[in-house]
Ligand binder design. Structure first.
Ligand SMILES: Cc1ncc(COP(=O)(O)O)c(C=O)c1O
Length: 395
């Protein structure tokens, strides 16, 4: 299987982790030798309720017994998609009441960028240095890492960059700006939180010049930071909210949410302003509905904040220079990229799944399922500390 994986399935790095998965349950993934791996990554913040959460599995099975794909997005009334959009609206401010469901985070970003241009009649997009919003052409155009974009140019025009948390740069937001797009907490850059009311200041500047604010919550959204949406921590409501990853409870989804009047601009001149065949897929929407219900009706969000405290209290070591992030969107910063990589690989050997962040090479991703228990956190952190002790003489 390993050689077929390397030969026939397109690879994105020369050194994939190449663990052969047999099955997964709760906070554990099992390989084909039946070795159990405690999951501190959750499919990169996607498996918010762990693996095969019974309520998600049940919702999927129930829906499979009724119907799967029947029609392109937006024509037929399909209960799971309608109920999901309504449930999101019930948990959002009134100005974010209308949701367009798509298949991935990057596709939701594309939709949000198009909506901002369509709704304002302006073209300029302002994005942040070190931002990550996905890998299709539009999302890549607003990514703040030139070296990752260079080979794919030309990208979409009229995109300008500011530095996240730098209020001086907000002057660059002008009457020409259609939208400012920011991650509520910068992910790939190293889980950088907004400081000193930064997002409120961005909001104010956008309002002054009539620019829209798009907040990308593909990673922090849907309970991961201890609130259903990350923006709830920072006194700032976006005009367009983008979610994905954890929304699907392990199934592929993306969504962009705005006011009904703004969304209506996609209906005419031209009509079909955004099209998707599979967006709002009934089986995926049923999984997402079960996921959001479980996260909002249980104690998981409050517990995420307690679990953050536990992580912070346990992961104290000379080779951990900082723990960043909020709730269960955490990262441990180490002194070097080499150390981070050695830790991630050794952890896999000892049955603990860790992973890198996209751009901050010294970071270790700690984004377990929200359902992880305190005992599991303690067990995983013990493995991390043991490895750090083992390798400390080298660093
Ligand atoms: C903040 C953010 N936005 C967008 C995306 C893109 O989502 P997807 O990989 O589902 O296209 C990601 C994925 O990592 C992300 O972290």
């Amino acid at each position: 299987m390993t050689s077929d994986f390397l030969l026939y399935q397109a690879q994105t790095t020369p050194h994939p982790l190449a663990m052969e998965v047999s099955h997964a349950e709760g906070c554990y993934i099992y390989d084909t030798n039946n070795k159990a791996y405690l999951d501190f990554v959750a499919g990169v913040s996607a498996c918010s309720l762990g693996h095969r959460h019974p309520k998600v599995v049940k919702a999927i099975k129930n829906q499979l017994d009724k119907y799967m794909h029947v029609m392109v997005y937006g024509e037929y009334i399909q209960q799971p998609a309608v109920e999901l959009a309504k449930l999101l609206a019930e948990h959002l401010p009134k100005s974010l009441e209308c949701t367009y469901l798509v298949n991935s985070g990057t596709e939701a970003i594309e939709g949000a960028l198009k909506l901002a241009r369509r709704a304002t009649g302006r073209s300029q997009i302002i994005a942040a240095n070190h931002a990550y919003h996905g890998n299709t052409m539009g999302s890549m155009s607003v990514m703040g890492y030139e070296e990752r974009k260079q080979a794919f140019r030309p990208l979409i025009p009229d995109v300008h960059f500011i530095t996240y948390n730098n209020t001086e740069d907000l002057k660059q937001i002008t009457y020409k700006t259609a939208a400012v797009i920011l991650e509520t907490i910068q992910g790939g850059a190293g889980f950088i939180e907004p400081k000193s009311n930064y997002l409120t200041k961005v909001r104010t500047r956008c309002d002054e010049v009539g620019a829209l604010l798009i907040l990308d919550e593909v990673q922090p959204g849907i309970g991961r930071t201890g609130k259903l949406f990350g923006f709830e921590h920072y006194n700032c409501i976006p005009d367009i909210l983008v979610t994905g990853k954890g929304l699907g409870g392990g199934m592929p989804i993306g969504a962009f949410t705005a006011s009904r009047s703004m969304m209506q601009t996609l209906q005419e001149f031209p009509k079909l302003g955004h099209i998707t065949t599979f967006g709002g897929h009934p089986v995926i929407a049923a999984a997402a509905l079960a996921t959001v219900k479980e996260i909002t009706e249980s104690n998981l969000m409050a517990e995420a904040l307690e679990k953050e405290v536990l992580f912070r209290s346990l992961l104290v070591h000379p080779l951990i220079t900082e723990i960043r992030g909020r709730g269960l969107m955490l990262t441990a910063i180490t002194p070097s990229a080499e150390l981070a990589t050695e830790l991630i690989l050794k952890a896999q050997g000892k049955g603990l799944i860790l992973f890198w962040l996209l751009f901050e090479t010294k970071a270790i991703r700690l984004t377990p399922p929200l359902t992880i228990t305190k005992e599991e956190i303690t067990k995983g952190c013990k493995i991390i500390l043991e490895i750090l002790d083992e390798i400390s003489s080298k660093y």
